[in-house]
Design a protein around this ligand. Structure first.
Ligand SMILES: [Zn+2]
Length: 309
């Protein structure tokens, strides 16, 4: 029985799956949005631990700020409050505002990683994606261990690069571009496409044509292009599915792999339309009812019509 003490909880090793389980009883008491309750993230009614970082505003105290998560998964777990505006959203914000959020993710990733094996950056949207407070926010958490999924992905990327002399991510991107049917959006800087074998309906990957391993090193031009693409894809998803719940995860190099030649960062957008059931539990094999070719065709049309307006 392997356990590891952790901030506010415990990590337990599952020998069957060779993965960790996080026991975080403190998170049971985290607040959920209640009608009429003051928002802890809104200017004027703030109720958070002292902030760790801010992007100063133009006429307002801040544009984006980071605060420690009071209901932390680890001792390095922060909330990125994405806007002072309670009703703001990534899908409807300006390109500059979305780019501010992405650069906040880069900054906090860099700040938290010296003390972590892996820093995860994620955004939950909607109840089915695990949201507990409505004010637009994302999260950055440093974990003391590598998950089984991360270890597996590192290994397949490393082996592919060794055996084929090129990155798996580049090969997948090129396949999507040459085939065309799974491309949602592409310009000179970035591509959005649906994976050949998605883990969920309407899953989308967004990345620069030549992504570096480490998201935190993406330059301003790449961040702005990614922001432009992300908001267009989210707006298309909204038009297609009516504000679905989703998770966004930054796929990036874990600690020590920041310059690994076999890795490329990307944003992974996973709508939560279907509830995993027995088959997924029994096999770990995702089942999705929408083909990535169909999802891309729908989203491509919607992104195109939004760009034309
Ligand atoms: Zn608020």
């Amino acid at each position: 029985m392997t356990t590891q003490a952790w901030h506010g909880g415990e990590l337990r090793w599952n020998a069957e799956t060779e993965d960790w389980t996080v026991l975080a009883p403190g998170r049971r008491t985290r607040p959920h949005s209640a009608a009429g309750a003051a928002c802890p993230f809104c200017p004027g009614t703030e109720d958070t631990p002292p902030e760790t970082w801010r992007l100063p505003g133009d006429g307002s105290p801040w544009r984006v700020r980071a605060v420690p998560n009071r209901y932390a998964l680890s001792d390095k777990h922060e909330i990125v409050i994405e806007s002072p505006r309670h009703g703001w959203d990534l899908a409807t914000g300006t390109e500059a505002e979305v780019a501010d959020v992405l650069s906040a993710w880069q900054h906090r990733h860099r700040a938290l990683r010296p003390a972590a094996a892996q820093v995860v950056v994620f955004r939950n949207h909607g109840l089915a994606a695990g949201i507990s407070l409505a004010h637009p926010h994302s999260q950055v958490a440093g974990l003391p261990v590598l998950s089984a999924g991360t270890r597996r992905e590192l290994e397949s990327a490393r082996v592919h690069h060794r055996d084929h002399g090129r990155r798996l991510a580049d090969e997948q991107l090129e396949a999507a571009l040459s085939e065309g049917k799974r491309v949602v959006f592409a310009d000179d800087h970035v591509v959005a496409y649906t994976p050949f074998a998605p883990i969920a309906a309407y899953e989308v990957r967004i990345l620069p044509h030549r992504a570096r391993p480490d998201f935190a090193t993406a330059n301003t031009e790449e961040i702005h292009a990614t922001a432009r693409c992300l908001r267009a894809v989210l707006a298309a998803l909204r038009a297609e599915l009516g504000d679905p719940a989703y998770n966004i995860v930054v796929r990036t190099a874990p600690g020590g792999y920041e310059t690994a030649p076999f890795l490329a960062w990307s944003l992974q957008l996973v709508p939560r339309l279907e509830i995993p059931a027995g088959l997924e539990l029994a096999t770990d094999v995702p089942v999705t009812t929408v083909s990535p070719e169909h999802a891309a065709a729908r989203l491509r049309t919607l992104v195109g019509s939004a760009e034309a307006r």
